[in-house]
Design a protein around this ligand. Structure first.
Ligand SMILES: O=C(CO)[C@@H](O)[C@H](O)COP(=O)(O)O
Ligand SMILES: [Fe+2]
Length: 227
């Protein structure tokens, strides 16, 4: 399992905006560009209005790359599929607090399967939704857009939530890392890191239409270092 605290700030590009006809090439580009993780956005058409992909793509990703797979489950009742996604190759399984009634049990289930556990919050969900589970998770994912689609603009108010979570985690001395997902690009990634992100997800910024993913990731990394 990856040591989430060893690589900070880390880059977890999402393949949502990649060319699905050439996924193996997308994984190669992410490795060449120096990605730390690969972010896989699983959407069920119920928790979010969009359907993306499921287990076969996670399995294919596992075969195509040695990078740790950071699986973001935007599905209702995620506890029903935790074992399957870990068996498919997920290193980190992140479930939404809004989608899961018994978070404590689900987080324990993720750990029992041998993966790292993350809990995600939508922009309108207050931090109190994760306060009680915070000591038990490896990662908290703060959505800076409403989930469901790539290419949306980051909601600036959501960064204030990242700042508050940073303070809370540091005050309590907890090991959980903060991942920020949605609308992160070269022009705002430094601000996202200054707000307290340990891991940043970039979807559309990692796969610019007609552009180079390797160059995009290198530019993001430079911007991250200038934070
Ligand atoms: O979870 C999601 C969207 O629901 C994200 O991971 C997006 O895939 C990120 O894409 P950009 O906002 O960076 O284009
Ligand atoms: Fe995501």
């Amino acid at each position: 399992m990856p040591d989430l605290r060893a690589r900070r700030p880390a880059l977890s590009p999402s393949i949502l905006n990649a060319d699905f006809g050439h996924l193996a090439e997308a994984f190669r580009q992410l490795e060449l560009g120096g990605a730390d993780y690969v972010h896989l956005d699983v959407m069920d058409g119920r928790f979010v209005p969009n359907i993306s992909f499921g287990l076969p793509v996670v399995e294919a990703a596992r075969r195509a790359t040695s990078l740790p797979l950071d699986v973001h489950l935007m599905i209702v009742e995620p506890e029903r599929y935790i074992g399957d996604f870990v068996a498919a190759g997920a290193s980190i399984v992140t479930i939404h607090a809004e989608a899961c009634l018994h978070l404590h049990r689900a987080v324990r289930q993720i750990h029992e399967t041998g993966a790292l556990a993350g809990v995600a919050l939508n922009p309108a969900t207050p931090l109190t939704a994760v306060e009680e589970i915070l000591p038990f998770v490896d990662l908290v994912l703060i959505m800076t857009v409403d989930p469901g689609f790539g290419g949306q603009a980051l909601i600036p108010a959501a960064l204030r939530k990242v700042e508050r979570l940073r303070r809370l985690i540091d005050e309590l001395g907890l090991p959980a890392v903060i991942e920020v997902d949605g609308g992160v690009k070269e022009s705002n990634v430094a601000a996202v890191i200054r707000a307290g992100a340990d891991v940043v997800v970039t979807g559309s910024a990692a796969f610019p239409p007609g552009g180079s993913t390797v160059e995009a990731l290198q530019a993001l990394r430079r911007a991250m270092q200038g934070s």
